[in-house]
Design a protein around this ligand. Structure first.
Ligand code: RIB
Ligand code: CA
Length: 316
C-alpha cells in the first residue's frame, strides 16, 4: 500500500452485506480514511439503516466516524425495500439494540455538499452501497461538488447476470434509477461492481469455517449475518454459495488487482415498466459515445475472503 490513506465517504443502506463492507473498511485505517458514513433508505427504512450503520461502527470500534442520515425515499419512484432478504430490522441473524453512539447533527446531503465543495480537486472517493439518492440530491443542489470527487465506486447493476429484484434490474438501481442516472450524467469517474462480479465472489463451507476460525466477535457477527443472508440468493440462483455484494466495493478499494474489468458505455433505464433500473452496457470500442464507467466483471473469490479475514481479525 503506497502513500497516505484514501479519503472515503461510504453511502449505505445496511443491510447485511453493507455491514460486512463497513467492518472491512473500518478495519483498514492505514488504507482507507473513512471521513463519514451516510445512510439512505433501501434494504429497510431510513431509521433502521441509520441505526444499523451506528451498530456496525460500534462493532468496528470506530466511534470517531460520524454517521449522517440521508434520504428516506427515492428521487421520483415509489419506495421499495428488501425486508424479505435482509429481515424486518435489516440485520439478518442478529438481535438488534440501540447503539451506544447515535447520528451526527445535520443531514447526509448537507454533509456531502459541505465536504465535497471544500475538498481539494478529485480528492475524495465515494463508495455507494445502496440507492444513490443522497449523492444525486447533492449533485442537484451543487453540481460543482463533482470537482472534489476522485471516483465513485458503485455496487449496482447487472448485465450478464440479469437482475435480482426484477428479471431485468439489480436492487440498488431499481430502487432509485433516476438517482443513478444523475450520478452517471455528472461525469464523475465511475467504477461499477455489478452482480456480474459479486455473483462470482461467493461464500462456501470452507470460507465460513475460515471466518469462524477468526475467534473474535467480528468473525462471529459476519458468520451469523451471512449464514442468514445468503440462503435466499443460493436458493433463487441455485448457487453453491452466496454473494457479499457491498464488501466487494471495499475489497476493490483495498486490492483492485484482485478484480478485472473493462471500459464501457453504460446507460440506465428510467422508464416505467418491466425494465426500470436495467443497466445497458456496451463495450467502449463498440459505442460511438465515449466510455463512462469501468465495469468490473470478475474477481479472485479466495483472495477476497482472505482479505476479509485478514482485516476482520484486527477487530474485537
Ligand atoms: O443488489 C444488491 C444490493 O442491494 C446490495 O447493496 C444490497 O445491500 C442491496 O442494497
Ligand atoms: Ca447495500
Amino acid at each position: 500500500m503506497s502513500g497516505r490513506a484514501r479519503d472515503l465517504i461510504i453511502d449505505t443502506d445496511p443491510g447485511a452485506d453493507d455491514v460486512v463492507a463497513l467492518l472491512l473498511a473500518l478495519a483498514s485505517p492505514e488504507a482507507l480514511n473513512v471521513l463519514a458514513i451516510t445512510t439512505v433508505a433501501g434494504n429497510v427504512r431510513l431509521d433502521k439503516t441509520s441505526r444499523n450503520a451506528c451498530l456496525a461502527r460500534e462493532w468496528a470500534g470506530r466511534a470517531d466516524v460520524p454517521v449522517y442520515a440521508g434520504a428516506d425515499r427515492p428521487l421520483q419512484r415509489a419506495p421499495i425495500y428488501a425486508e424479505d432478504i435482509h429481515g424486518e430490522e435489516g440485520l439478518p441473524g442478529l438481535s438488534v439494540y440501540a447503539p451506544e453512539h447515535g447520528l451526527a447533527e445535520g443531514g447526509a446531503v448537507e454533509y456531502l455538499v459541505w465536504t465535497l465543495s471544500r475538498a481539494a480537486p478529485h480528492s475524495i472517493t465515494l463508495a455507494m452501497l445502496g440507492p444513490q439518492t443522497n449523492l444525486a440530491l447533492a449533485l442537484g443542489q451543487a453540481p460543482e461538488i463533482a470537482r472534489g470527487i476522485r471516483e465513485v465506486i458503485v455496487m449496482g447493476g447487472a448485465q450478464a447476470m440479469g437482475g435480482n429484484i426484477t428479471p431485468a434490474a439489480e436492487f440498488n438501481l431499481h430502487a432509485d434509477p433516476h438517482a443513478a442516472d444523475v450520478v452517471l450524467a455528472s461525469g464523475v469517474k465511475l467504477v461499477y461492481l455489478s452482480l456480474d462480479v459479486t455473483h462470482r465472489m461467493l461464500t462456501s463451507e470452507a470460507r465460513f469455517r475460515q471466518l469462524a476460525a477468526l475467534g473474535n466477535r467480528a468473525g462471529e457477527l459476519v458468520v451469523a449475518i451471512l449464514e442468514a443472508y445468503v440462503a435466499t440468493d443460493m436458493e433463487r440462483y441455485g448457487l453453491s454459495g452466496g454473494p457479499v455484494h457491498d464488501a466487494c466495493v471495499i475489497a476493490y478499494l483495498l486490492q483492485p488487482g484482485m478484480f478485472r474489468g473493462r471500459q464501457v458505455r453504460m446507460s440506465i433505464d428510467c422508464g416505467e415498466g418491466p425494465t426500470l433500473g436495467q443497466t445497458r452496457v456496451a463495450d467502449a470500442g463498440a459505442s460511438a459515445l465515449p466510455a463512462n464507467a469501468l465495469w468490473i466483471e470478475d474477481g479472485d473469490a479466495q483472495a477476497f475472503f482472505d482479505l476479509l479475514c485478514a482485516r476482520l481479525v484486527r477487530l474485537d
